[in-house]
Every structure is written in structure tokens, then in C-alpha cells.
Design a protein around this ligand. Sequence first.
Ligand code: AMP
Length: 610
Amino acid sequence: MHVTKNKRLLAAMEAANNTNGNGYGNNYECDIIRWFEYISENAGEVQRETLRRILEQNYDVEYLKKRLGDTKIQDMDACEMETLYTSLVPLASHADLEPYIQRIADGDTASLLTQEPITKLSLSSGTTEGRQKYVPFTKHSSQTTLQIFRLAAAYRSRVYPIREGGRILEFIYSSKQFKTKGGLTAGTATTHYYASEEFKIKQEKTKSFTCSPEEVISSGEYKQSTYCHLLLGLFFSDQVEFITSTFAYSIVQAFTAFEECWQDICIDVREGSLSSSRITLPKMRKAVLDTISPKPYLASKIEVACKKLESLDWFGLVPKLWPNAKYVYSIMTGSMQHYLKKLRHYAGDLPLVSADYGSTESWIGVNVDPSLPPEDVTFAVIPTFSYFEFIPIHRRKQDCNSAIDDFIEDEPVPLSQVKLGQEYEIVLTSFTGLYRYRLGDVVEVAGFHKGTPKLNFVCRRKLILTVNIDKNTEKDLQLVVDRGSQLLNKTGAELVDFTSHADIVNQPGHYIIYWEIKGDVEEGVLNQCCHEMDVSFVDPGYVVSRRTNSIGPLELCIVKRGAFRMILDYFVGNGAALSQFKTPRCTSNQVLVRILNDWTIKRFHSTAYC
Ligand code: AMP
């Protein structure tokens, strides 16, 4: 009995490694869901088997040899192996792995982190951490990307079926790839994926095709790519089944651009042409011109629709221009939550489906309940992708004044031991050479899918705003900004984007929140917004410090329209890809602070706690 179960387990895991992912039969949607239900049910065992596989593949790499010596732990009984691994290999941060990754980047071909040679390095977007980090990228990375996309598509199609052979309007962008000193290809993980065989397979397997050719995705000029994505999306508008991007920000920025360029797009749809002032890259021009042809009737229809939409401030743009679209799909949680309101505005009555949870280091969880509103979405951990551990964390009590972090932590536990309602930091051991690597994300266990936890993304663990004993995370800031901007909404104005900075140069130190606003707002209202945000920080350290004036009044800076576009350009200019861009919610980067201050047109100081 036990042997049969073990065999089934191994067979299920093999199916996971099959690029076609079709280990069970012909109906891939049912098959991939059945596969996931099975591995979820046996998540604890699957996790141990995953760890065994990682160790079998890599047991004699330099990093592990140093920690495990000659102990062949992969040959041990599963539970013993798990215990020994976690006792001999320490938790690691990116800084611990950096010397190894640097040697790989410089061309050292010894087996440092993985047995299989690493030929590609991914750059994390760096917009959450403040600086870009190299992470190994292997075939496994593309395979798991394909797998999670197919799995998520299968769950979505149960609720929102789409037509086979239809198109997807995808706002996706590759960054420029470059060679490291040792000749490895470096670029963002999404860039490697869009260039991989798996990206093509995904289109064939899901029978849905992206509107834009490769030349548009990989141009490296996001403004030109956005224009072409929009043009091609409209050219194929009656075939578009859904609209998507990696992070919600990209969809919002694309439609904001559309508000300005729709007339030129109409001309191009009508004439089958391509604006020579907007699109200058020859390869992209050729690829788009080879795809489109004149469609005067469609152009007139779009023009009429846009004139009406303009009078409605573009409310319901998506269903109006893409009448067959079933939903809008993108990551809408975490730091993307801010763009939900704008996305809802554009999507009108179409459902918003929140996409999956992952990072450059590894994919983590899939949204198995696509009909839930993005605010309630959780992610079921995929136990074959990496070996996951969870560090239980608790908020510190107010009497503790360590400014390093506002959490205390317990010993890490394996996936099978996580508890409902508990918050954890995720640790992963991956097939790509990361061993007990702290991801820095805080999640909460919100439920279970069979035996695998469903995670709610809480925030990045790193403290973002701190002056002295105060500690506020990205999530705390989001709540405060939500409260402050409610007052804006009453005036019909809109908060386009925001960030913050802890000014500790001037004494007493204080928080500065930068807002970019669309619409006119009276100064009195902005003063109230500033006051409201100051009193909405509930962190006891902040409240006490404000009362004693060891933290000065909160400052609200209103920046000129376009300031956040400048920030995006700054990151893209430094190698980030729009597909992975996340506005930093707090910054101490001097260049960004200078841009923000140069673009500030009004300043308000809170009068709370006076
Ligand atoms: P990067 O590797 O730079 O693309 O960023 C990965 C990070 O983005 C993760 O560690 C999370 O902090 C964040 N992230 C990714 N997926 C989600 C999601 N579904 N919800 C919220 N945050 C996410």
C-alpha cells in the first residue's frame, strides 16, 4: 500500500517535470488541476521529496559541501534528512550567497551552487529592495513559470471560460539583456522567460496567443512597446479574450498612455500605418507593419467609442474597446493594491482576477479561487517548486526599541507545520542553488487547499519607515495613505501614485509622503489629508515620538504630474523591466529623493499633536 502510494507520488512529481505538463491524459485543464490537487493533498511528503531531489542534484556543490561535509543526507530517511539539513545548513540572506553568485558571474565554472552549469542570471527588479540583485536562472525557472501559468489558466477557465484560439492583450516588456564579465546572459527573470521556448509552448498549450510579436515585447523602449501593444490589441480587438500584465501597474500606465495617444492609434488602425514620430525602432516597425492592415470601419468605431469614453473620464474603457474580453488579470496584491481603484475604473463591470505569487528566486503560490475580489485573494503554495520553510514572526511589543526590525521570530517550521492565522517570513531552498534563503516577504496563513497552505501576502519584511523607535511597514503606510486619500476622493481628484521618505538629516526627523494627484484640490483639503495621515499611523513608537516631538510633523509634498513617470524612467534606464516594476513605497535613494524634491510644487505640515 505504502509502496503504491510512494510510486504515485513520484509519478505525480515526474508529471511536474514534464515540460508538456501532460502526464495524465489529453484534457490538460483537468489533468493539471488533478495533479495539483494530488500534490497538495500530500504536501508534506512532496516537500520532503522535493528537498531530496534538490540535494541529490547538488550534494557536492561547494556551498553545500562546506556545510554538510561528506554526510550523504539525501540517502537518509525523509524526516531525518529534513531535520539534519535544517540543522546543518544555516539560514542565508542574499548577501551570504553574493560571493558565490559573483564568482559565477565572473566566469568561475566550478560547481558552486548547482551541479548543472548556470548560464543565465536574473536581476530582481530592485524596486522593493532598492538595489538589483543577481539570482541564478535555469531551465527549471522557465519550466515552473510555464507550469504555474498553465495551472492558473486552468483554474480561471473553470470560472471564466475563454474561446480557444483567441488572443491575449499582454502588456509585457523585456529589459535589455547583457553579458556579465564571465559571459553569462543577465536580464530580468521575465525577460529570460519571454525569450524561452516555454513562452511559446504556453501559447500553444493554452491555445491563446499574445497580440504582439516578439519584437514589440523585447524592444527595450517601453513607451514604443506600449503604443504597439495598444495598437495591436485594438487591431485584434474582437479576438481578445482577456487583458493582462505581470503587475497591475503596467496596465494602468498603458491605459493612461492611451488617453493621450488614442487619436494617433485610430489613424494607424484606419490606414494600417505606424506613426513615425512615435515608433522609431526599425525592427519593431517592420514586425508591426507586417501584422496589421487598414481597418477603416474598426477605426471609426474606436473613434466614436473613445469620444464617449473621454466624456466619462475613461470609465469602462476595457469592455467598450474589447467587447469579448472576459476579465483583467494581473498581480493586484501587495504594493499593487494602490492601482486597484484605477484598474476597476478602466475595467467597468469586468471581473478583476488577481494573479499568482512569486519572485525572481522562485514561484510560490497559485490563485485557486479566481472569482474572489483581489482584496481577498490567497495563494496556494506549490510544493514541488522549491522546499519552503516558514519563520513564525510576531509584532514586537511597544517597550522594545530595536530599530532594526519590528518583528520577533521563532524557529522556522516546514510547510506541513504552519498554523492558520500565523504570520511568517518565507525561506526557500530552490533547484537554482539557493539554500535556506530568506525571501524577505511576510505572509499570513489564511487557510488550506487540501494539505498545502493558502497564503495572504502581507508585506516586505524590511521596515520601510523609521526615524527612531517608530516602525512602520509598507502595509502600515498603505493603510495611512488610504485614509488620507479618502478625503481627496470627495473632491473628484485622484491619487495617481505615492512614496515616502524618512528625513533624518533635519532634526527632529520626520516622515515625508509624496503624492502625485490628478485634478485640482484646494489647499485646505490637502492640509486635512496631511493631518489625517499623521494621526493614522497607529504604531505606538510613532505616536509616542510625535507626542514628545522626537519625531516632527508629517510633511505632505505634492509633486508635479509626471514625477512618478520620471522615477519609472530612472529605474528602466538602470536596467529594470517595466514588467517587474514596482514603485518603491519608501526610498532613501538620493537620486529619487532629489527627483521628488525637484518636482515638489506644494508642501504641507501636519498640525496634529500640537
Ligand atoms: P521581483 O523578484 O523583483 O520581481 O519581486 C518579487 C517580489 O514581488 C516578491 O518577493 C513580493 O514581494 C512581490 N510579489 C510578487 N508576487 C506578488 C503577489 N502576487 N502579491 C504581492 N506581492 C507580490
